[in-house]
Design a protein around this ligand. Structure first.
Ligand code: ADP
Length: 216
């Protein structure tokens, strides 16, 4: 029975068991996410990739182009709605099993409003905070990525620098917003293998303690 104390949206809300990757543009979240995605029992979602997969002629695809092209964040409610639909589709397609896969959220939530909107749907185990002090290293990586991946938002220096400011203003405050025992600082100014090693040392215990082995 549904009562006021037991509202439908909470009963029905899916619960995704998740770890978040937070870090500035170009810090290597995508590279790490792709490697983590190869591990059985891990499902990686990059919000940037989610948006780039949208049909550019669809309404949402157009909205994304409009904002990403100038380095701005897509409005929060639209972002979370697209994410919810995306997650539901992945469960339906059976590529993601919420009860046995650890979800790696990469690029979402991107600010405190999104963190509030997404909270009812996730159980958050850790916030992996990727730190690289030298922003010129990141700008250099983004310039390389722009050539390789043909990304509209990576090609203009002014847009890249603007995204950095957006990160500082909107995303970095998430680190103070979440309980400090959830935050794990990772030194991202090192090799990809070393960064992966640090991230794994944080998430392997979560997988072991909270999920059944996919081979059992
Ligand atoms: P980067 O990590 O280099 O900033 P992303 O691929 O994560 O790049 O994001 C590219 C663009 O996609 C962002 O500049 C923004 O326009 C949009 N975007 C991605 N994630 C979000 C989000 N959670 N909220 C709003 N906009 C987002």
């Amino acid at each position: 029975m549904i009562t006021d104390k037991n509202p439908l949206h909470e009963v029905d809300a899916p619960c995704y068991q998740a770890v978040m990757l937070v870090g500035p543009p170009g810090v290597g979240k995508g590279t790490q996410g792709k490697m983590l995605a190869q591990i059985p029992g891990i499902f990686h979602v990059s919000s940037g990739d989610m948006f780039r997969e949208l049909d550019i002629n669809s309404k949402c695809g157009q909205i994304f182009q409009q904002y990403a092209g100038i380095g701005k964040l897509v409005p929060d409610h639209i972002t979370i709605k697209i994410w919810q639909d995306y997650m539901a589709a992945k469960v339906r397609e059976q590529v993601y099993a919420p009860e046995s896969d650890l979800l790696i959220l990469d690029g979402i939530p991107r600010n405190i409003v999104q963190a509030g909107l997404i909270a009812p749907y996730i159980k958050l185990f850790k916030v992996i905070y990727m730190v690289c002090e030298d922003r010129e290293v990141m700008f250099k990586r983004i310039r390389g990525r722009s050539l390789k991946e043909n990304r509209i938002d990576d090609s203009e220096e002014i847009v890249v620098r603007y995204r950095w400011d957006v990160y500082k203003r909107e995303t970095e405050p998430l680190i103070d917003y979440y309980p400090q025992d959830l935050i794990r600082i990772i030194d991202a100014d090192t090799t990809a293998a070393d960064v992966l090693h640090q991230i794994l040392s944080s998430i392997v215990p979560i997988q072991k303690n909270h999920f059944k082995s996919p081979f059992m």
